[in-house]
Write a protein that binds this ligand. Structure first.
Ligand SMILES: [Zn+2]
Ligand SMILES: [Zn+2]
Length: 335
């Protein structure tokens, strides 16, 4: 079993444990170990033979035992048991996804809003993972605490992007925005601004507890907006700490499919939104998907390889995941 597959198994264990508040500490330990392995890609077989699995940061005796099982048998009895106990058994229609064909991440943040790294640092991080694209999608102005970008700052950012583009070979930077879906479903930037950006992610961030009828109207308006490419973390949930928004998922997902608006599987372990179950529903209703890290630092780009199991469990074929064919979707030569 390679490091990425092992990281995905640990990530799934962390995800299931997270749903039980009593297990939150252990859940975080599994997610952190998964993240380390997804970043470092160690030779697990060699470490196991040398009895050195616990030399990996965040891997104690318990996690080492799970890894040992994964390396020697290709599966984890502990994960199998958790799946059954939590009512999330594996399905026989799960898809096979080859992450080496993942072309790039189209949801990331920089110091322009609430990211912790510069655009150049993020671009180098994406290049190090072998990506061909990185979309920089900082926040829109409404949420003041994240220093969201208005039209003037977006213009300044595009100038920096042109300079950073010169510094990184083989990676195409895309300029995007993660625009807030306002309470009435309007977007937090004017159309003239949205239409010149390469990627527009519309995300619900505030007032997630709106009543379901109003929330449905809000989301329907967002998915039928002509400049929206995808809906970011479509429910806003935080497994183990905050339930997501409730709306008529059937109706909104159908409408998204109709308008060619993709739904995101946000791979940040604190979000994991859409969940595999919801993504399965959306897939059945004809939606396309995007698998993103929502990274706020270069190391967080590794959230995608660690959590790609969610798309597999949802049974989404790779043709329906835009990151596998961004060439077709975003033909950008201007940068
Ligand atoms: Zn967001
Ligand atoms: Zn984001």
């Amino acid at each position: 079993m390679d490091a990425v597959a092992a990281a995905q198994a640990l990530s799934e264990i962390g995800y299931i444990l997270r749903q039980d508040p009593k297990e939150s500490f252990r859940a975080k330990a599994f997610s952190a170990a998964s993240w380390t392995i997804a970043q470092q890609r160690p030779d697990l077989e060699a470490l196991r033979k040398a009895d050195e699995l616990t030399s990996l940061p965040g891997v104690g005796a318990g996690i080492a035992k799970v890894l040992d099982d994964l390396i020697t048998t290709g599966s984890s009895r502990y994960l199998d048991r958790l799946r059954v106990e939590s009512g999330q058994p594996s399905r026989d229609d799960e898809t096979v996804l080859d992450l080496s064909e993942y072309q790039g991440d189209i949801h990331s943040h920089t110091k322009w809003s609430d990211g912790r790294a510069t655009m150049l640092e993020m671009a180098r991080g994406a290049r190090a993972l072998g990506y061909r694209y990185l979309a920089v999608t900082d926040h829109s102005p409404r949420i003041k605490v994240v220093n969201g970008l208005d039209a003037v700052r977006l213009l300044a950012q595009s100038q920096e992007m042109a300079e950073v583009q010169q510094e990184v070979d083989g990676l195409t930077l895309l300029q995007g925005i993660e625009v807030d879906i306002l309470e009435d479903g309007a977007l937090d930037l004017p159309d003239q601004v949205l239409e010149i950006l390469d990627v527009v992610i519309a995300s619900p961030h505030v007032k997630l507890r709106q009543d379901p009828a109003a929330m449905t109207e809000r989301m329907l308006r967002a998915v039928s907006h002509p400049h929206v490419d995808l809906i970011g973390h479509p429910t806003g949930r935080r497994p183990g700490s905050r339930e997501g928004a409730t709306y008529d998922f059937d109706l909104v997902f159908r409408e998204a499919a109709k308008h060619g608006v993709a739904l995101e599987i946000d791979c940040d372990p604190a979000r994991m939104d859409l969940s595999p179950e919801m993504a399965r529903l959306a897939a059945e209703l004809g939606c396309n998907f995007v698998l993103s890290s929502d990274a706020h630092a270069p190391a967080e780009l590794a959230y995608v390889p660690m959590a790609a199991w969610m798309a597999r469990r949802a049974g989404i074929p790779k043709e329906r995941i835009l990151n596998w064919n961004l060439d077709k979707r975003f033909k950008v030569s201007s940068h």
